[in-house]
Design a protein around this ligand. Structure first.
Ligand code: KG4
Ligand code: ZN
Length: 344
């Protein structure tokens, strides 16, 4: 039994959990008809991070325009749609509430069901646009707010087997970038600098030997900051490319080592890497190579760069799965800023 009873299986999807307002129209959970992303990154740059109140104001300004653009670009009328998927957590409460309110208004006006979507599930389902997901699978989720290994026994089921105990990987990139005087978010720039340098500073590989799948990046961040401050005090010259390469080597070593180990322990058919940090070229190359060498039979899937960062297409793909499972929300749906996979 499927809930889709119109000629085409079309969903509108809305994402506003952080600093991108995004609306997409998705067909069959796997085809992107439109994916409008209004990024606010320029407004947050001068603050060195996302300012929640500024984010909310931008979402209010952009959301209806994005909905209109997504429908026009997809060539779809509201009456063609079967439902509205929306991110309800995790994220910034004010930012989430704007997407949720817009989704409720649209759903009510056009008599459509509301489909609540976990933002992190969305990141994983971004990989579905590359290749149909096969289960069981392992997902390495690496973003500005999260770093976790998620085991999916079947579609729509999520078990966190390991996660960061302090900073997320993207957060560490952004904090280290700030020390180097780079603009926020600095992950992409550090990645580029790292490719021009060598791992000469040998930062620690936190928790790499521990018998668990957890991560920690705050020690690496402190070590990096101390190295920079000590050099400044002694008036020693720092080689920025080598600093970037050394930092990145430490992050990649730990992420890759634990991910490969997890895929050996769990009976997975696929490994998905997702989230903003999945755009990291060093990480994509290294994990891809190690999967080929060490995990015969496991397929490695990484979404294209434009689907690694926050976007509504991925929310539409995850909403499709939820809708097929009959998971809908009523108009009491509220933002859950700290939503984890356990409550889904
Ligand atoms: O998933 P995302 O767009 O937003 C969150 O939900 O957090 O991830 C944003 C994070 C930022 O911390 C940014 O610095 C990082 O992804 N990022 C990168 C790269 N591109 C973006 N980190 C490392 N290498 C990159 N190429
Ligand atoms: Zn995200």
């Amino acid at each position: 039994m499927t809930f889709f009873n119109k000629e085409r299986k079309l969903l509108l999807a809305i994402e506003s959990s952080c600093d991108e307002t995004s609306v997409a129209v998705i067909e069959d959970g796997a085809k992107i008809l439109s994916n409008i992303v209004a990024s606010q990154v320029k407004s947050h740059k001068r603050f060195g991070g996302v300012v929640p109140e500024v984010a909310s104001r931008h979402h209010v300004e952009e959301i209806t325009l994005c909905i209109e653009d997504a429908l026009v670009e997809a060539g779809v009328e509201p009456s063609d749609l079967s439902g509205v998927g929306v991110t309800y957590g995790p994220g910034l409460v004010g930012a989430l509430l704007i997407g949720i309110s817009a989704a409720k208004a649209f759903a009510w006006a056009h008599d459509l069901p509301l489909i609540p979507v976990n933002h992190m599930a969305g990141h994983i389902y971004a990989a579905h646009f590359v290749k149909p997901l096969q289960f069981p699978l392992m997902a390495l989720l690496v973003s500005g707010g999260h770093t976790e290994l998620v085991y999916m026994k079947e579609t729509g089921s999520f078990e966190i087997i390991g996660e960061t105990r302090d900073d997320a990987a993207g957060e560490a990139y952004d904090k280290v970038g700030r020390v180097l005087g780079l603009t926020y978010p600095s992950g992409k720039e550090i990645d580029e600098l790292a490719h021009l340098g060598q791992d000469t500073y040998h930062f620690p590989r936190a928790m790499i030997k521990e018998d668990n799948y957890d991560f920690s990046f705050s020690g690496l961040k402190s070590s990096f900051i101390n190295t920079v401050h000590n050099a400044e005090q002694r008036d020693e010259e720092l080689i920025v490319n080598d600093l970037a390469a050394s930092f990145q080597a430490s992050v990649i070593d730990v992420l890759v080592d634990k991910t490969i180990r997890a895929c050996k322990e769990y009976p997975v058919k696929q490994l998905v890497m997702a989230g903003g940090v999945a755009a990291n070229m060093g990480l994509r190359d290294r994990l891809g190579k190690e999967v080929t060498e060490k995990l015969p039979g496991v397929r490695f899937i990484v979404p294209p760069l434009r689907l690694c960062g926050d976007n509504a297409a991925m929310i539409g793909a995850a909403a499709f799965v939820e809708a097929e499972k009959g998971h809908f929300a009523d108009y009491h749906l509220n933002a859950e800023p700290g939503l984890s996979f356990m409550t889904i």
